[in-house]
Design a protein around this ligand. Structure first.
Ligand SMILES: C[S@@+](CC[C@H](N)C(=O)[O-])C[C@H]1O[C@@H](n2cnc3c(N)ncnc32)[C@H](O)[C@@H]1O
Length: 337
């Protein structure tokens, strides 16, 4: 049972705003329409003329954020500490819980489930991305004690464990964009390939191309091999090893397109990537740069590693915000050999 106020459609908006201002609107329930009237949910005990208890089960409105779900549950100063953004990788949610909210993990996990009822497991970040493999520690705070998950994106399925391999769902648009640029017959070097998101999304487009995916983390390569089978993507060859060794030795002057999604220090691998490029090949170079002059900073990094006259910048775009001061950018470098 919940208390609702039936009002005429034409006055519903104004009435709802006034009830909200007076603190009488109940955000736990959804406003609904029945027999030409709009039914506005009221807080229990609200004294409003014409209000009625409804016995039919009203649909609970889903909160839009963790903070909204925890309003009234946490103290206001705790609520101010809540980090609303979280990553959803398949049915796994990865949340950030500040030190000040230690002990409130179960409440945060419940809030995530309210926001996304499909979530089966909630894991908490236990530190920054670390080491060459760019992996962070995770701790399960709700659900089955595993962080392995099946993620679907742009028509590709990917099995992965974010506690063992790097993965970001935030690059899904970029992967789709790159896949859209690929032409039939291309040779592609997918460097720093992780569990294979870039090569898999490209392969799923159905273009005839050869993709060599190189990754240093053996756990990621193992997942990539599983994902190649899962997606029947036989045009992808996964190689476990260091880009610096493998490209100049085995793929010199081989590629038409080279992907470098290692934004933290991709410039240190530019010479190796360039060695793999044919004349006219495009190298997609990802890096973090200052929000004030992102492309200038990225161009300076490139100029420190590639010889003037041996390349040109064919395109540049901001991929996503990274921090208040930095953005992730991609510069398309055309090799002139
Ligand atoms: C930022 S992640 C990108 C992974 C993947 N492309 C994605 O978008 O999910 C960078 C990856 O590069 C790998 N890596 C780091 N150094 C490498 C190297 N020298 N050779 C090959 N892979 C490397 C890391 O293990 C990590 O998986």
């Amino acid at each position: 049972m919940a208390l609702f106020l039936p009002v005429e459609k034409k006055s519903a908006q104004k009435r709802m705003e006034s009830l909200k201002r007076k603190g009488l609107f109940n955000p736990d329930y959804r406003v609904f329409e029945k027999e030409g009237m709009i039914w506005i949910p009221l807080r229990a005990g609200a004294e409003v003329e014409g209000a009625a208890e409804i016995s039919t089960e009203p649909v609970r409105r889903r909160p839009k954020s963790i903070g909204e779900a925890l309003a009234g549950v946490l103290e206001p100063e705790e609520l101010a500490q809540v980090v609303n953004s979280f990553d959803l990788v398949g049915e796994l949610a990865i949340v950030e819980i500040p030190e000040t909210l230690v002990g409130k993990e179960a409440l945060v996990a419940q809030a995530v489930i309210q926001v996304h009822p499909n979530v089966k497991t909630v894991a908490k970040k236990e530190g920054p991305m670390e080491g060459e493999f760019r992996v962070r520690r995770l701790k399960v705070i709700y659900g089955e004690n595993t962080t392995e998950t099946l993620y679907k994106e742009n028509g590709a399925k990917m099995l992965l464990d974010p506690a063992k391999v790097y993965f970001s769902p935030r690059l899904s648009f970029e992967r789709k964009r790159i896949a859209g640029l690929v032409k039939d017959g291309e040779h592609i070097l997918a460097l720093f390939a992780g569990v294979g998101p870039f090569p898999l999304v490209i392969a799923k487009q159905g273009k005839k191309c050869e993709i060599v995916a190189i990754e240093l983390n053996p756990a990621a390569v193992e997942y990539m091999e599983k994902n190649i089978l899962l997606n029947k993507a036989k045009d992808i060859k996964a190689i476990c090893g260091d880009v610096k060794e493998i490209v100049p030795r085995d793929y010199a002057n081989w590629a038409d397109r080279i992907l470098m999604p290692l934004p933290k220090d991709a410039e240190l691998f530019l010479e190796a990537a360039y060695a793999g490029a044919r004349n006219g090949a495009i190298i997609h170079f990802y890096t973090f740069a200052d929000i004030g002059r992102p492309f200038e900073e990225a161009r300076e990094k490139i100029a420190r590693h590639l010889e003037k006259g041996k390349y040109e910048i064919a395109g540049e775009r901001i991929v996503r915000p990274f921090s208040p001061a930095q953005v992730q950018v991609v510069l398309d470098i055309r090799a002139k050999k």
